[in-house]
Design a protein around this ligand. Structure first.
Ligand SMILES: [Fe+2]
Length: 426
């Protein structure tokens, strides 16, 4: 394989890499030892909790084993200090699918926990009845519009073990009670490379088992027009998207304590501009029209307008979606793809404008690949820093803070909304 022999220059899209960017960064080699490290075993690994339905009553968990483990079981109980968990636990049978990757075949298992009680601590483990994971704790969401918090990551993508791990660990240590983690795509660089997926899961470690994730795919989760098989084997998201099996686990919405989160699959729009773009547009309008929530946050891989110097958007998202976002008062749009940081109100006029009724758009990057920032539309730009964002949501406001990988806060703003729904950004 290429990565065994060479140091490979990483590209978000080969045609779009500037010589300036390539001077900054080269991906490290994967060694044979690492390939062995990421082989599946009978012991469950890559355990990840996701939001897959009503967050007050449902969680899903996915995990991996080698291909000798055909039974998927999860046990769950309300958590307490007692070590005698098994006797109060319920056992749930899950589903298993097989995944052949370049070095091995693994089994991926999935269980949906449904009918949970809101705002309740649970403890669960996964396995086959003989070999189990550790017991892992989580808490269900509240059934009302109580305040909550989440972590937002731009593209992780490169040198995940070496250089991304510190970012997710720093974010977690800053916000250990985050309700969930949101990824805006390009989790890995090579959609099919299971070593990279292994590094992504290694970096997050047990955090992924206890704080649920939601994610939207980027261009690097696609290979030859198809979404990576690792996407659907690793993640269970709500199946409430457009009626298209190819969008099923990547276009969806979740209502979380008074905020509607909407995942759009922008890469699928560039693969199939007519069908997939129109399907998402029609679906989105329905989901925005019938939205009882106070706040609306959209997350998508490609930015509406680029954050990278000299880059023009490869998909005309501004043309297709900006007026819809404004008509339905979307509050915040979280994006990635450009490997730089930019934040501001949009932009179709080609410059900043200070009518703060439009959504706030943010572009961020969490991994080490860097582009030079250049965004006319943005109020704040940043380059050559790995970043994470901590976002607190209440009835009154959305408080957004962006941090460098070492924990230094460098950007923040607050969106407020009055009784009439008029927004202000400060
Ligand atoms: Fe990327």
């Amino acid at each position: 394989m290429l990565h065994k022999t060479f140091s490979v220059l990483l590209v978000c899209s080969a045609a779009l890499l500037t010589s300036n960017a390539s001077a900054h960064f080269e991906q490290e080699e994967l060694t044979q030892i690492e390939i062995k490290t990421y082989q599946p075993t009978p012991v469950p690994d890559r355990i990840i909790l996701t939001l897959s339905g009503d967050p007050a009553t449902e969680r899903s968990v996915n995990w991996r084993t080698d291909n000798n483990t055909e039974t998927a079981l999860a046990q769950i109980a309300k958590s307490s200090g007692s070590p005698y968990i098994e006797q109060d636990s319920k056992t749930i049978k899950g589903i298993t699918s097989s995944l052949k990757t370049q070095h091995y075949t693994s089994y991926h298992h999935s269980v949906r926990f449904q009918g949970l009680e809101p705002a309740t601590n649970y403890v669960y483990r996964v396995g086959d009845g003989q070999v189990w994971s550790e017991w892992i704790q989580f808490k269900t969401s509240k059934a009302d519009n109580s305040p909550f918090s989440f972590i937002y990551f731009g593209d992780a993508q490169n040198d995940l073990k070496s250089r991304w791990s510190r970012v997710i660990r720093q974010a977690y240590s800053d916000m250990p009670k985050a309700d969930f983690i949101l990824h805006v795509g390009d989790l890995v660089n090579d959609a099919l490379d299971d070593q990279e997926w292994g590094q992504w899961f290694y970096s997050a470690g047990w955090i992924n088992g206890s704080i649920p994730s939601i994610a939207t795919p980027g261009n690097h989760e696609y290979e030859d027009g198809d979404l990576s098989p690792q996407w659907n084997t690793h993640f269970t998201f709500p199946g409430n998207g457009p009626d298209n099996s190819k969008l099923k686990n990547s276009v969806y919405y979740i209502d979380y304590q008074g905020t509607r989160f909407i995942s759009l699959n922008t890469q699928s729009m560039s693969e199939d501009p007519i069908v997939k773009t129109m399907q998402q547009k029609l679906w989105l309008e329905k989901v925005l029209k019938n939205n009882p929530n106070r706040w609306t946050i959209i997350f998508q891989h490609h930015p509406m307008s680029s954050a990278k110097e000299g880059r023009t958007a490869s998909i005309p998202l501004n043309l297709m979606f900006k007026s819809i976002y404004e008509e339905y008062s979307v509050d915040l749009v979280l994006q990635g793809h450009d490997h730089a940081y930019a934040r501001g109100n949009n932009l179709s006029t080609g410059g900043r404008f200070f009518d703060r009724q439009g959504p706030v758009y943010a572009v961020s990057v969490s991994g080490p690949k860097m582009y030079d920032a250049g965004a006319e539309w943005a109020d704040v730009t940043e380059q050559n820093n790995q970043l994470y964002q901590l976002i607190d949501v209440s009835e009154k406001e959305i408080r957004y803070r962006a941090f460098h990988a070492d924990g230094l806060m460098f950007d923040s703003f607050v969106i407020t909304k009055d009784e009439q729904g008029k927004r202000a950004v400060k």
